[in-house]
Design a protein around this ligand. Structure first.
Ligand code: GLA
Length: 426
């Protein structure tokens, strides 16, 4: 009982300090990519989250079904390890302030559900909010941070997504730091995913506070601004453009999060492929957001392309760079340095028309001066080319003797061509 009262007092005291601190105060503001919050997230997190498809319509049956597909359908094996419940799992707080799950939707209790998910070899994530209430109107963690962290740890939770609704007057850095300390104090390794939509430049301070931070508002399953989605959401192209300038902040242990995947939620197959490819290139968390029980073969093939996943999970952890654009911005060329001297190269057609492009590899030599210092030089190194969506080897980057044999590629509208280049050993 005394322990509980102490916790409540501690949380209230800690919460009071949230209103006074300035995020840009503090003497240690110089960003260091090698400094991290904890030992988790060496590569971007992978898993499934309930929000994009089910919103508040979740219960223990749906979650268990997803756990079964993840475990039996090849997803866990491909790297998708976290099964994350988003908003609306919450019930009320008990008489001591400890949060409970919704007894109608989760009649067996959270501990039993977590035990089931763990028994399938997966890890479990929950969602809360730094303010009074979550965006779905459930109990927030404000004033209960340490209590909530202890409750999560007691349940066996491995991941927390922490949102930013009803946070007026709060200081973001202080609020997120408080929860990050509360999670650490439990002694259980808990992946911490900040979700304050990029409002307070979390990339500038997030590496010591969390394992990832949302960079934007909510994603919509729309590729372009076609006007058919809520005004608080963003289409894929808008989210992509908002990642400009952020690559230097991402690295092992702390990742930019351009929001969860919308693959399988209504876009065309080409658009789903482009979205997945770009998120993989950006070292974004790969959190599936579709109904895993009912999905097309195409959706499955995209989500389970192990060679594309490998780009995202490459141990170097270097986010891709938009190297150049062509044809009035219609074609974007993205480069991502990989371990062992390999490079991922993505040609992305963001326009409404199919495009053709003559590839002369000599035009692509460059050095990544911003993050890795790695360079490509097609004059001195010959690379083997593998197309990761067709699975085919496509020769090498060596200049053909006959110029007419240079390759023109066709990139359909809203689609990508994705290559892995590997140095040909002498
Ligand atoms: C916010 C978040 C979303 C989702 C919802 C839940 O909008 O950005 O990702 O978690 O809240 O209500």
């Amino acid at each position: 009982m005394y322990r509980k009262l102490l916790l409540i007092a501690l949380s209230a005291f800690a919460a009071a300090s949230l209103y006074s601190q300035n995020p840009t105060d503090g003497k240690n503001n110089a960003y260091d990519r090698n400094v991290r919050y904890n030992e988790l997230g060496d590569t971007p997190q992978m898993g499934w989250n309930s929000w994009n498809k089910f919103a508040c319509d979740i219960d223990e049956d749906v979650i268990k079904m997803m756990a079964d597909v993840m475990a039996d359908g090849g997803f866990l094996e491909a790297g998708y390890e976290y099964l994350n419940l988003d908003d609306c799992w919450h019930g009320t707080r008990d008489e001591n302030g400890f949060i409970q799950c919704d007894p109608v939707k989760f009649p067996s209790g959270m501990k039993a559900l977590v035990d089931y998910i763990h028994s399938r070899g997966l890890k479990v994530g929950l969602y809360s909010d730094a303010g009074w209430h979550t965006c779905g109107g459930r109990e927030g963690s404000l004033g209960h941070e340490f209590q909530d962290a202890i409750q999560y740890a007691n349940w066996g939770i491995d991941y927390l997504k922490y949102d930013w609704c009803e946070s007026d007057g709060l200081n973001a850095k202080a609020a997120y730091t408080l929860m990050s300390r509360a999670l650490k104090a439990t002694g259980r390794p808990i992946f911490f995913s900040m979700c304050e939509w990029g409002s307070n430049k979390p990339w500038e301070w997030g590496n010591v506070v969390a394992n990832s931070w949302r960079t934007t508002g909510d994603i919509a399953a729309h590729f372009t601004r076609d006007g058919k989605y809520p005004s608080y959401s963003l289409c894929i192209l808008d989210i992509l453009d908002k990642q400009e300038g952020l690559r230097k902040y991402a690295g092992p242990g702390h990742w930019n999060d351009p929001d969860m995947l919308e693959v399988g939620n209504g876009m065309s197959v080409a658009e789903d492929r482009a979205h997945f490819t770009l998120w993989a290139m950006l070292c974004a968390p790969l959190l599936m957001g579709n109904d895993l029980v009912h999905m097309s073969q195409e959706t499955r093939a995209i989500l389970l392309n192990k060679e594309v996943i490998a780009l995202n999970q490459d141990p170097l952890g270097v986010q891709a760079l938009k190297y150049k654009t062509e044809q009035n911005g219609a074609l974007e060329f993205w480069f991502k340095p990989l371990e062992g001297g390999d490079w991922a190269v993505c040609i992305f057609n963001r326009s409404e028309q199919d495009r053709e492009y003559l590839i002369d590899w000599r035009n692509f030599c460059f050095t990544d001066t911003e993050v890795s210092n790695l360079s490509t030089s097609f004059d001195t190194v010959v690379y083997r080319i593998k197309n990761l969506w067709t699975g085919k080897e496509e020769g090498t980057t060596a200049l053909p003797k006959n110029y007419n044999k240079m390759k023109t590629v066709k990139v359909p509208s809203h689609d990508v061509i994705l290559y892995r280049l590997s140095p040909v050993s002498e």
